[in-house]
Design a protein around this ligand. Structure first.
Ligand code: MG
Length: 381
């Protein structure tokens, strides 16, 4: 039994539908079908071998893009349920949000974008939409996964005006500066909440962050003081988990109550009212948001730009750069299906095929291909 949806939730009976018409599913909802298609996609399975922050083989306990996506989905679904919004749609968007990510996390994305500068650029968020709209080849009657409009709207988080024109329906909101539905807004924030918290955990485990540093962060420090007061003898490992679970709880509870109040005062009555609002309606209170942003900045300074991370970044960039140069100068080095696609294209089209191929690679596949082509060991990556 599906609980009643709030009037401003996404409701499949009033959806803007799929690009290619299909018969309604027999035993599940339309957004459940989207979620199921995402889970069965090739791109989703590859997330298990893609870097979140730490390269996959640095340790078995670190988050990968797959476990990150599952954590985003868990947080997103909790928030959606608490607000009587569409849980299945929220889950679908959360699970799909990183499908377009390159190997080696942001290091890979930035390098591929630099290589694609003269050919239309590369952005993982646009690539996620490209994966579900075009690149997945699983169905006889249409390209991609043929997802519902609201799922696609949620996947396309940001977009320049020139790209927005190319995307048609899902691009419109960027031209008129509107918002996506509430489920998409939840997925967006759940992403930030998930990585802020799990990166503290992974950074601590990697020995790149210390308790002394983390204590200075109000979001962490307040919870740490409370846990120490309640459990003075707790060992560090359990202490960290207890603090993190309380941090997630604090932010999520704040997000739910602030958004609930916001929805009441805004007077929105439908998803179209939500789309017309000038600002996102799913928000944290000012105080908690300030703490959340402070932690994000702290991680940026002390974890993402840690010397050990930067060394990994440089190696990853070399791999992506050299693969890109190799395949653009000799498309025949790519597997048959990509080589064929590249064949009749101009320079711009060929570069896009190469970017699609590289972006789809897992970390270890990129390392193996690079080693095979160049004879260079990725050593230590
Ligand atoms: Mg993410």
């Amino acid at each position: 039994m599906t609980p009643a949806l709030a009037p401003y939730a996404a409701d499949e009976s009033r959806s803007r539908g799929r690009r290619h018409e299909e018969p309604a599913p027999a035993h599940r909802g339309e957004y459940q079908r989207d979620r199921d298609r995402i889970i069965h996609s090739t791109a989703f399975r590859r997330l298990v071998y893609k870097t979140q922050v730490f390269v996959n083989h640095e340790g078995d306990l670190y988050r990968t893009r797959l476990t990150h996506s599952l954590e985003v989905s868990q947080i997103g679904r909790s928030v959606a349920c608490a607000l009587d919004l569409n849980e299945a749609l929220t889950e679908a968007i959360c699970l799909a949000h990183d499908l377009g990510h390159t190997p080696f996390g942001h290091a890979g994305q930035d390098e591929l974008n630099a290589r694609m500068r003269d050919f239309g650029g590369f952005e993982h968020n646009l690539q996620s939409l490209r994966v579900v709209d075009e690149l997945e080849a699983k169905y006889a009657e249409f390209p991609g996964l043929n997802l519902m409009f609201e799922t696609r709207e949620g996947i396309l988080k940001h977009c320049s005006a020139s790209n927005a024109r190319k995307f048609g329906d899902v691009g419109e909101r960027f031209l008129r500066r509107g918002q996506p539905g509430l489920e998409a807004q939840i997925a967006n924030i759940a992403d930030a909440v998930a990585y802020n918290n799990h990166d503290v955990d992974d950074g601590f485990r990697a020995g790149l962050l210390t308790l002394a540093q983390l204590r200075e962060q109000p979001l962490f420090g307040d919870q740490l003081a409370e846990v120490r007061r309640l459990y003075p003898d707790l060992e560090d490992r359990r202490l960290i988990y207890e603090v993190i679970r309380r941090m997630i709880g604090k932010v999520v509870n704040d997000l739910i109550s602030t958004t609930q109040a916001n929805l009441e005062t805004s007077g929105v009555q439908s998803i179209d009212d939500v789309r017309k609002s000038g600002q996102p309606l799913v928000v944290m209170s000012d105080g908690v948001y300030a703490q959340h942003v402070a932690l994000k900045k702290f991680l940026n300074r002390h974890l993402y730009r840690h010397e050990k991370k930067l060394e990994m970044t440089r190696r990853a960039q070399t791999i992506i750069r050299e693969l890109f140069e190799l395949y653009t100068s000799d498309a025949g080095q790519m597997p048959e299906e990509f080589a064929q696609q590249a064949e009749d294209q101009d320079e711009v089209g060929r570069a896009r095929v190469v970017a699609d191929y590289i972006a789809g690679m897992t970390d270890r596949y990129a390392i193996a291909r690079h080693e095979e082509h160049t004879g260079k060991k990725a050593g230590g990556l």
